[in-house]
Design a protein around this ligand. Sequence first.
Ligand code: SUO
Length: 449
Amino acid sequence: MHSAIEANFDGLVGPTHNYSGLSFGNVASENNSANPSNPKAAAKQGLVKMKALADLGFVQGVLAPHERPHLPTLRALGFTGSDQQVLAQALKQAPKVLAAVSSASCMWTANAATVSPSADTLDGRVHFTPANLVNKFHRSIEHPVTGRILQATFPDPERFAHHAALPSVDHFGDEGAANHTRFCSDYGSQGVELFVYGMSAFNTSLPRPQRYPARHTLEASQAVARKHDLSPEHAVFVQQNPEAIDAGVFHNDVIAVGNGNVHFYHEKAFLDTAQMRADLLRSWGERDTPLHFVEVPDAVVSVSDCVQSYLFNSQLLSRANGDMTLIVPGEVQQNERVWSYLQELLAQNTPIQDVQVFDLKQSMSNGGGPACLRLRVALTPSELAAVNPATLMNEQLFDTLNQWVEKHYRDRLVEADLADPNLLQESRQALDELTQILQLGSLYDFQQI
Ligand SMILES: NCCC[C@H](NC(=O)CCC(=O)O)C(=O)O
């Protein structure tokens, strides 16, 4: 009976991947601002991870990138004339706005949406709410197209419920699954959904970060839990430690990861760790399997080591034998303290028994590790059968997408290139072809005309 699985849907890196320093509070984004990027390498690094997980026997899907630069947004901001004129004016008058509408940030699909599996929802459907990502302009323009891509990937309304994003205002700032984790005994049974928020919008007596923004509010998480019709006893709301946000932990998935019956997190991740444990244990209730807390002490791995290495921005995957594998970025191996901690962890008696390292440097340089690049969707066999099959990774799709990247992507981009009308053309042509490869229909604005 326990044959539900957890699929990972990774964002395919788009042709305009670049470093524009757009994310105040995200240390990597700020540090790499104006460095040249390599979109071709970025896309290939992502594909290698997807293929490796598919080869390990996990269900792996692909979510298409968005149309960038996004000309409709530039026109909404008052730039007029031909596409070429719009780009030239934007570069001259508002280069940061041009950079923002050119970002390939939709690759970080942990921020695409919050997903509640059918075992948790009242109507027995899988629920999706695209995140409004309102705290960063370049990300706030993602949700309409994200919603269309999710609908094209999970099309059956009998099984999948698609909600609109929350109101696009700071009070309901929503960063999606990067601040959401689900615990369960097996993927097909009632889970415990943990929502982690950076601050309360309306209760100003709760602490807030002082230096960097809290992107995600309690009120947003509560709204998503209501929309997904989760039972209140299985939804837990926990505040992130404001000091962690101020140290560069802009999403909770930079300092904690959960899967199955394991919560792997840093001592300083939450405002009140004891409360987090108590609330999760109460919600978990009496089950055959215990809930494991694997807490990493600050004295062993500091918050700044977490931010630098992205130890916790890993994928924690359940293997068939019940053990778990941790998928980490190369930066974890390069940090001596973090790497030696991991060796100790593997020797301990926890479900985490294996580590695999991936080179994701192109994405990491913008603050996106393995976990940022994937949206988890737990699916029953009949739900999996209803997923658009053209989006699922296999040998053939891997070859097709590598050839597609090879054909359309540049291997170097700097800010001035974003106004190049050829880049716009190349990107549109690439995406037009991609909608056919992934059988998504006409979902981009440029395809509507
Ligand atoms: N979950 C990881 C998200 C990383 C993303 N970085 C960016 O958008 C950086 C883009 C730039 O600076 O060019 C963010 O901060 O939301």
